[in-house]
Design a protein around this ligand. Structure first.
Ligand code: ATP
Length: 201
């Protein structure tokens, strides 16, 4: 099976693009969803995170206060590294297990921090969704209750758009309407089907 990693900066449109592949019947594994599942109450990682950061990151409903956690780790690289060291091996294991069960010619694995965590070489293709910072800020601001300052902080904690472009095999430009995005996804879908139907190296 051809493994396609889908990455991009915050708010560039990874989920939107992933949904367009899913609509064509392609399996999508979203590592953000896996991270949320792995940190639900009763999961081992949940308790480790609370032991490390303290009980103030528990919300009233006992779930982790993800916003608070994000604020801590995006302003402190040491804490961010700690959290990544805990979660990334668990996420990788889950991804492997899910891929083993799939039978389609290719699959999409959404990995926002692909380059930051140096996972690009685990995939046959790296697909980047790209848009300029002002659009990232505009879209996230419209979607979430995050301040512009907070969004900028996250953008600055991620690798540069240039690093992502250099490390990617394909780039989707998400600067226009959703119809334009869909046209680009259709063309890549055709390409990945073709590549996926060839024997993998
Ligand atoms: P995150 O990094 O936060 O996970 P993401 O990269 O997955 O974000 P999306 O959630 O797909 O990005 O997109 C961010 C927001 O922008 C969403 O509300 C989405 O509906 C909107 N959006 C994405 N692409 C477009 C587009 N081409 N036109 C209009 N709105 C868009």
């Amino acid at each position: 099976m051809l493994r396609v990693a889908l990455t991009g900066g915050i708010g560039c449109g990874k989920t939107t693009v992933a949904n367009l592949f899913a609509q064509r019947g392609i399996p999508v594994i979203d590592t953000d969803v896996l991270a949320r599942e792995l940190t639900l109450p009763q999961q081992p990682a949940y308790h480790k995170i609370i032991q490390h950061f303290g009980e103030h990151i528990i919300s009233a409903d006992q779930s982790l206060d993800r916003k608070k956690l994000a604020q801590i780790v995006f302003s402190d690289p040491t804490q961010r590294q700690w959290l990544e060291n805990l979660l990334h091996p668990l996420i990788r294991e889950q991804v492997e297990q899910q891929i083993q069960r799939l039978t389609s010619p290719y699959c999409i694995v959404v990995i926002p921090l692909l380059f930051e965590t140096n996972q690009q070489h685990d995939y046959n293709r790296v697909l980047l969704v790209d848009c300029p910072p002002h659009q990232q800020i505009q879209r996230i601001h419209a979607r979430d209750a995050r301040s512009e300052e907070e969004i900028r902080q996250i953008i600055n904690a991620q690798v540069t758009a240039d690093t992502r472009r250099k490390g990617s095999d394909e780039v989707i430009s998400n600067t226009g309407a959703l119809e334009e995005l869909d046209t680009q996804v259709l063309s890549l879908h055709t390409r990945y089907l073709e590549l996926g139907n060839k024997p993998q190296m």
